[in-house]
Design a protein around this ligand. Sequence first.
Ligand code: ACM
Length: 510
Amino acid sequence: MMKLYLSYIPLLLLLVSCNKQQPQTGLANVPLIPLPDEIVQGEGAFHVGERTSVVLHSAKPELKNTARQLSTFLSEFTGREVSVTEGKKIFQRNTINLKILTDDSMDEEGYQLMISRKKAELIASSPEGLYRGVQTIRQMSLLCDPGEILLPAGRITDHPEYEYRGAMLDVSRHFFPPEAVKDYIDLLSLYKINMLHLHLSDDQGWRIEIKSWPKLTETGGITEVGGGEGGFYTQEEYTDLVKYAAERYITIVPEIDMPGHTNAALASYAELNCDGKATELYTGTKVGFSTLCTDKEVTYQFVDDVVREISALTPGPYFHVGGDESHVTELPDYNYFINRVKKIVESHGKTMIGWDEISHADLTGSDIAQYWASSENAARAIEKGARLILSPAKYCYLDMKYDSSTVLGLNWAAYIEVDDAYAWKPLELSEEIGRKDILGIESPLWAETIETLDDIEYLAFPRLIGHAEIGWSRPEVLDWEDYRNRLASHGQYLDRLGVNFYRSELVDWE
Ligand code: ACM
């Protein structure tokens, strides 16, 4: 009896140690971001100890990957081997159980996490849901001190508010190699973001190999803003990125921006220009000066080939056609072009997304407009039946400076401090935009001023974390003061992950 009591003492010490950053203990006080739907607090905590294993209760091969990611993380974080086994019984001690319940009323990406002193059970109706729940376990663990993980007991029931929770990375103005994109994907996945939109072409660079138009990368990919080396993804590298993202339940949304923002293509192929002359490569940062020739048939052959090749490598449902800032395309030509491109995108089995300017064209109910600048465009898109991805530049553009002292970034839309990025409400953007019109939100990161993963991290973190919460959590629970306090705990956690984040003075970083 005495022995039994003594054996609890280290556990109690650990409980204190795990939560020493927090004034209180217990599941309800774990500073999770995004905030889950419901937390019911239990007694005690589950210790990830010597004999803990991850038990997968499913034969679905894709779930093995999720289980392996969890065990690898737990092993590295605790310094002890946490194995994965496949099992049927869910009640064994010392196990973290992952299970799919097929006929459940749970949301596609929802999950339930039940933790007792003896074990943890994570249940979802889909592999996505299970993966999101694993991120909750990962986050709870990362908030502990390395070496010892205690998961406070209780129950979390959770599901996302919006089905589209995205980040966009501009790999055109400056090129980022696959490894940097993968590192970004890892961070996105921790905060339950499920879409990565890659801006693959612009005036300054064409960044994906197109086998039927090889000069796009041979010529159009060789430089970038400032005249550096540029680069591009081979189709094999792009496919590998898509797979890497999919293993983290992130869908890649490819964007080929057109008819404007196309100088890299116009420099690569003379026939895409109305005057039949190739342009010079461009390494500046002006916008709005280029256009594909909308009344040449070869333009549509080009678009068809590009959309076909990229769509074949992209399992996700979306193809982003850009469509922004086509200042040198006459509006009737612009509309004719977008209408034809929409049909091409659909012929390759994809749903068209475009920046809000595409609302001028003949949109239908399946199309998606990305609101970045104009609420009139957004309202017009809705009137035509389209849905919206919200990326209002003054709250969501991660390339905007935090304040006037920020070295990286631009400020044409706003200075966006951490509270500005968090404390806006999708439903208060415009009277015309209702909940049913919103597919989700996305945080674009344009790359005129950034060149490295460190730069990406500095502008994205921590603002992107706030956007992730707006995308996932119920609107009525979003509260800046509460969020600010939870975010404070994530500083150490981001440090541990080696993230070069902005230490805003608005947050009392721990
Ligand atoms: C944009 O920022 N031009 C979509």
